[in-house]
Structure formats: C-alpha cells, structure tokens
Design a protein. Structure first.
Length: 222
C-alpha cells in the first residue's frame, strides 16, 4: 500500500476523524491541507470526483465522503471489524445518530446552524451560546447513554465511532488550539461535558489513545 494522502481544509471538520483513525492505526499519511488557489486547483482535478473534500488518495484511487473514508481506514486498521457485522452496525448507528443530532441542532432565524457562528471574528454572544450549550448537553447525554459502561464505543478498543465522536469533542470541548475569540465557547462546552462523568472518562481515555497525535496536530476549529 502506498503512503495515503488525505486532502482537506486547514481545519478539523469532517477530516479530523479520518486523521485520528490514520494516526491511531499507525498508518503513515500525508496531511494535505488546502485553501484558496490550492483548493480551487484540487477541486478542478480528477482527484476530486464529487467536488468535495476530504479525499483519500491511495494506490492510485481517490476515495471521497468522510464516513466512507473512515470505514475504509477502519477496515485497514481493525477499527471497523468486518468479521463482526453487529460491531460494524453499532459503530455505523452511532455515527448516524451523531448526524441526526447535527441536523437538528439549533439554528438562526435564517436557518443557519448557530455553530457556524464559530467562524466569525466576533465572540458569540451569551444568548446564542446558552442555546448551543443546551444542545451540546443533549449530545453528551445521548453519547453517554450509548456508551453505557463500555471502555470504548468499540468495546475494549476504539472503533470508527470513537474517532467520529472524539473528532467532535476535541474540536470543541477539548480544543486547545481554536480561535481565541471563541475561547469562551470552548470553555462553556467543556464545563458542560464535565457534568457527564461517564463521557468525560471516555474522553480522557481517547486523549491517551491519541496523545501523540493531539500534541502535534495543527490549529483549527470545527
């Protein structure tokens, strides 16, 4: 297998779970972060078949769609155990549940998710932040309820579901490299997480699993 190239924007977003899974699986890869002219050129190339990223380039093929890429990485690393259909279904169902929650997150009167305010230069005001925190608490409670007493969502070791959720939490609650203007948002989300001791303990375990990656990853948000 040739050295994979993962192309995504210079932020966490939909590429972060894939980066985490590659790093945790000890799969050496090139983290190709694009923006501006580089993104325009990549989008127009044969490497970007659907005009979207992330794209995983491997062995002359160009894989798209973040969840499909994550499953592919999981098949290679053992984090998506195809020999156990029930385990695969559980991981897929958790990721689908995350999507359901994301699709129902609070929005502005114009219909845009409040979370997109993170990209603005101005700090998010108190009122929308309070609404965002309440939605995040629901996310914590749902994930904690699915985790129950397991060490990881994958059982005794992380599955692709663990990386999907870790990418979210380490982009918000545990993001130490995010925008300074939104530092109060990260702090508020992290305070909410601490109220759920079960999910907090899981987050700590994932932090240990991904310790080297987290220490060396680039800055970013979302």
């Amino acid at each position: 297998m040739s050295k994979p190239i993962l192309t995504y924007f210079d932020l966490y977003g939909k590429g972060e779970a894939c980066r985490m899974a590659l790093a945790h699986g000890k799969i050496e890869f090139e983290d190709n972060r694009v923006s501006g002219p580089a993104w325009a050129a990549f989008k127009a190339s044969e490497k970007c078949p659907n005009g979207q990223i992330p794209v995983l380039e491997i062995d002359g093929k160009y894989l798209n769609q973040s969840q499909a890429i994550l499953r592919f990485i999981g098949m290679k690393s053992g984090a998506y155990p195809i020999s156990d259909p029930f385990a695969c279904h559980f991981a897929d169902a958790i990721i689908d549940t995350c999507d359901d929650l994301a699709n129902n997150q609070p929005k502005t009167p114009e219909g845009k998710p409040l979370i997109m305010m993170m990209f603005k230069a101005d700090p998010i005001p108190a009122e929308p932040l309070a609404t965002m925190v309440e939605a995040r608490k629901k996310y914590h409670a749902k994930m904690s309820g699915l985790l129950k007493e397991k060490i990881f969502f994958g059982g005794d070791k992380p599955s692709i579901a663990d990386f999907w959720i870790a990418a979210s939490i380490y982009s918000f609650e545990r993001n130490t490299k995010g925008k300074e203007a939104q530092a109060h948002v990260y702090a508020a989300f992290n305070a909410a997480l601490k109220e759920d001791t079960n999910l907090t303990a899981w987050t700590d375990r994932m932090g240990e699993e991904l310790k080297e990656y987290l220490a060396n990853r680039g800055s970013g948000s979302l």
